[in-house]
Every structure is written in C-alpha cells, then in structure tokens.
Design a protein around this ligand. Structure first.
Ligand code: NAP
Length: 309
C-alpha cells in the first residue's frame, strides 16, 4: 500500500529534504508518496516543523503519527488538536553540530581568545589554566547534553551534568534535584544550557541561581531562550557575576533590534545556528519511524506529552 506523507515544514526546506527522504523511504522498503500538499484526510504521516504550515491537526483524521524535524517540541507539545503520537528529532547530524558549537564556544572562553582577536597591540601574556582545571556544568543530560559532555571530557575538562532523573555516566559527575543544581551552579566556571523548554525549566536561570555561580563565570545558551530570565542575566553581566554570555536562542526570534543583548559588550548573539537537523541523517530517522509504525513497533524518540519533552 502506498503511504501518503505530508512534508509540513517551511517550503524552502523542501529542496533539502525531498531527495533524502525519498531515498530513505526506498532503503526502508516503504512505498511512499511524499508531497507538500494533500487533502488532510488522506495523509498517513506528517513530517513536521514547528515553523511550518500545520497548526490544527484535526483534519488529519487518518494520520498515524507526527514526526518532528526539530529536537525542541515546546510549541507543539501542548497543542490540544494533536491526538496522534509525536516523535521528536534525534539526529546524529544535529548532535555533531551542537558538539561543535558548544566546544568551539567553550574553548573561546577557556582560552580567552577575545583578548587577542580583538586586542589592541601590546605584549600582555595571560596563560589560561589547563582544561583539567576549568569546571564545566551542563544543564540537561539528554542526547545533546551527553554528546557535549563526552566531547568536553575528551578534552580533559571536568564536566558535571544535571538532569531530571538520576543518572550514572562514566567520566561525568551526574547530578539531579535542587541540591544537585545548586552544587553544579556553585562550581561551574562555564555553564551550558541544554534543557528543553517546559513549565519546570522556564526561567530556571533566575537571579538567585545566577548568584550561586562563581564570579566571572561564562554562560552558553544553545537550549531555549526562555530558560533564562533576561533581566536577571543583564544584571548578572553588569555586576560581573557573569563575565560573558554567548546566546543562540531567545524568547522572541529573530531577537528584536532594540533588545539589550545586541548592544551589551559582553554578550555574543548567534542567530539560532548552534545546530540544525541535517536532511541526510534525519531522513533515515523519519523513515525508520514510519517503518516501525507500519510494523506495529514502538516509535523512536516519542515525546512524553505530560513532562513536555
Ligand atoms: P533530550 O534528549 O530530551 O534531553 C533533555 C534533558 O533535559 C534530559 O537530560 C532531561 O532529563 C533534562 N530535563 C528536562 N526537564 C528537566 C527538569 N525539569 N529538570 C532537570 N532536567 C530536566 O533533549 P536534547 O535532544 O538533548 O535537546 C535539548 C534541547 O536543545 C532541545 O529541547 C532544544 O530546545 C535545544 N536545541 C537547540 C538547538 C539549537 O540550534 N540551538 C538545536 C537542537 C536542540 P532526563 O534525562 O532525566 O529526562
């Protein structure tokens, strides 16, 4: 039987995905008609992006699953019209990209590269400590947090990570609950936010939590903008508690022209480019999930609608 699969992402993404998805369907021996438009009632699966055209899932009466191309699902998880199972994207390309962004920015701050890249002429040597003496904290020990933790550990950084459930991961100090968070924050010289945005994590980094951090700590946020109370961060930067922040995600994107992050001398803004789903690898994940669904097997990377991620 031919399956009708709707590609419900931004139209400009079609040319990146069309061939990769069709090849992946073929390799999985799935007979698929992939299109950007169909009558909703004939659709079997929806390949979905939160910034794409579908917001109301009620007309998709035959759809068996919604397969997100994005890792973060905060904008769909509470959608009451969505009754089908929802899977999020876990993609090796997405993880690789995040590891590169995070290690790149950790090394920038660890080595103090700005001093020399932007520096005025002058012989003013400042030797950075070895990585083994620079404590890194990662909030979120999921797919991306763990991938970054392993890469940083391989560079000798001591890494602590925090998650909702208790974990044991070789070479990483794993913490959970409020006490664990306080411990992590009070040690972290460089803090990386890789949590999903949920009601529990919104504004997690508030005034009180910034005040727990060592003076002069660095913040990297490639997670979600609303994990941070923006005003608390500006105050923490102005007081010197936070020496530098590199932010990839924001409450409103694109970040509004008049937002103080743009002009703050110790904030680097990157425009939500830390990591992107890669069509070649992500298409294999989509095809595998459709194969599983058709075979009556459990979908990979199912979103728990109660916990919100
Ligand atoms: P994931 O595999 O679902 O991992 C989420 C981690 O956060 C898990 O360790 C989870 O704990 C922890 N967590 C969730 N709620 C928590 C809470 N209330 N308290 C403590 N820990 C909590 O997600 P992922 O694939 O690593 O992605 C993480 C986020 O990165 C995404 O949600 C998205 O927002 C962001 N992202 C950004 C970009 C970008 O380009 N900037 C690209 C991709 C993703 P448990 O392990 O106990 O469940």
């Amino acid at each position: 039987m031919t399956l009708n699969v709707l590609f419900a992402a931004l139209p400009e993404r079609w040319e990146f995905y069309r061939d990769s998805l069709n090849e992946a369907f073929q390799s999985a021996r799935l007979e698929v008609r992939l299109q950007q438009d169909f009558e909703p009632e004939v659709i079997d699966y929806i390949v979905y992006a939160p910034n794409g055209p579908v917001m109301d899932f009620r007309p998709f009466t035959r759809a068996k699953a919604v397969l997100s191309l994005w890792a973060g699902v905060e904008s769909i998880v509470g959608n009451s019209t969505l009754t089908q199972p929802l899977s999020r994207m876990v993609d090796s390309g997405l993880s690789e990209g995040m590891v590169e962004w995070v290690t790149g920015h950790v090394l920038r701050h660890h080595l103090g590269l700005d001093r020399y890249i932007r520096g005025a002429p002058g012989w003013d040597p400042v030797v950075p400590p070895l990585a083994r003496h620079r404590a890194i904290g990662i909030l979120g020990l999921g797919e991306l947090g763990q991938a970054c933790a392993h890469a940083l550990t391989a560079l000798n950084f001591p890494v602590s990570g925090w998650s909702r459930s208790a974990k044991t991961i070789d070479g990483i100090t794993c913490l959970h609950d409020e006490d664990g968070l306080r411990r992590l924050l009070s040690d972290a010289e460089i803090l990386v936010l890789l949590l999903p945005l949920t009601p529990e994590t919104e504004n997690l980094m508030n005034r009180e939590r910034f005040s727990l951090m060592p003076k002069g700590a660095v913040l990297l946020n490639p997670g979600r903008g609303a994990l941070i109370d923006d005003n608390a961060l500006i105050d923490a930067l102005d007081s010197g508690r936070i020496a530098n922040a590199t932010l990839d995600v924001f409450r409103i994107e694109p970040l509004p022209q008049d937002h103080p992050f743009w002009s703050h001398p110790r904030v680097t803004v990157t425009p939500h480019i830390a990591s992107e789903t890669r069509a070649e690898t992500a298409s294999l994940v989509i095809a595998e999930n459709i194969r599983r669904s058709e075979a009556g097997e459990q979908l990979l990377f199912l979103v728990d609608r109660v916990s919100g991620y």
